[in-house]
Write a protein that binds this ligand. Sequence first.
Ligand code: AMP
Length: 578
Amino acid sequence: MNPNSPILGIDLGTTNSLVGVVDSGFPILLADENGSRSTPSAVCFAEDGTITVGAVALRQRALHPMHTITSVKRLIGRRPGEGGWVPPYVLSDLKTSPVEVSAEILKHLKAVAERALEQSVSQAVITVPAYFNDAQRNATKRAGELAGLEVLRILSEPTAAALAYGLDKFGEHQKVAVYDLGGGTFDISVLEMRDGTFQVLSTAGDTQLGGDDLDRMLAAFIAERLNLPANDIRVLEAAETVKKRLSVDETAAFNGLDITRADLEKIARPWIERTRMHCLRALSDAKIKLDQLDEIILVGGSTRMPLVRDYVRELFGREPNTSQNPDEAIALGATIQAGILSGSLRQVLLLDVTPLSLGIETFGGLMNIIIPRNTTIPAKAGEMFTNAVANQDNMLIRILQGERELAKDNWELGRIEVPFPAGPKGSARVGVQFSIDADGILHVLARDTATNQDTTLEISGTAIDVEDERVEQMIAESVDFAFEDMNERIWTESKFKAEELLPAVDAALTQLGDAITDEERSDVLKHASEVRRLLQSPGHDAKALKAATQLLDDATQSLAVLLLDRAMEESLVRRGLV
Ligand code: AMP
């Protein structure tokens, strides 16, 4: 997959088709040069061989009704003679097939996308009704290929709708009904979330039921009152306009005739009632009762009608979810699926926390966590580090990922070297900051605070994007080795402390000479030799070393006090004050 070329999400609809793409992490639908995001699924094959698609083709319908093909989706994947596909469905001299007609629509959508994106595209996800059989799915795929698109997935329309409504964030076994009433078809599907994806439990509907029927009925109503022929294309177009207006207003006028919403609803009542038995059938096929549904979502332009919403509310006994634009939901879902496939939506949808801890190696090969696992991204954290050895003039920072106490058991994501002026032990001040941006890229910044010199490193992908199995294995190992790991950490920390303490004790004893009693001296020496013995013993007895180091530390506390007193006294003597 070419990471730079986006994958299109396409709703190849019976009446209208739409195309989208994930841009900067967001799914967006693309508009043509007229600003329209919806293309009528119409193709006109003019006598001179020119082919037009969309609104232009539709405008030609009045002039060339026999050369303009609409609703080709009803025929795709069917053999001649099946489901109304009677050759020549299209004029025999056109010599075209439903696959080729669909390919023209897809070519047009591809061009719309390429114009909007200013780059070529070659891959797509295309939606089909849930009831499409293999032949119909394959025919849709072939149409895509004919249009120059590699079809990465054929996605069920209700699944796309559920994705658009964000229902993939639902928990396991949540059940959703998708009520889709478009221009030419009605579909009802029941989905269940299983293993993080939607399964279509059942689907029912009527391929000859949609808003177009209502347009015809309303056209007949209008024609009768105005004494016009009902099949006049202008009356039909006016009927659709009036119908849409009545979704918002109570009345609409055409040629001096006032039509009310009540008029439309009277005509529409028997029409909408026809969806009832399909809904009940889908529920019974899915073997679920109405009250087991977690959500009912509306899809398709006709569900904008208040009558349809009221009807669904009554039938399902609950408020339908109308949060998405019903005529764009399927295209949006196809786009989201395309985004998931291309990886451009992955972090946002699936992983918004760090799967494993991120940190750096510190003294003695220990892991120092900077951003713990399960931190929500974006995230930022940092710490100060110093040099463990005198005269060191640089620090190697190894960036690690994992849950183990020892650096060597974690994974190295990268390393940077930070230079700083040489000085005594503990004199350097290096700030290390980790920040993970919304795209999951880890930015590491190391700053020597003395010179304000920055060293940076960018690590993309690996900080967030780790295979589930590897994450699980890492966590399991951190539990299995928890005891050994912790022992090793305590050992390393105690050893570090002991190695600091021992030379300091020796120096103090020499300096103090006979200022301390023999008893005090032998007490301190006893603890010091115990620490030395443990350091050299083969088995790393972390607990014993920690305890012995603590005793030595306590015993030397009195030495430290004496040393301080001595220094004070000397200073006073020097200055002639005593
Ligand atoms: P679709 O197949 O989803 O594009 O839906 C197209 C159908 O929805 C056509 O029959 C349109 O007339 C109808 N439609 C679109 N907008 C509205 C609206 N505001 N009110 C009623 N019907 C609408």
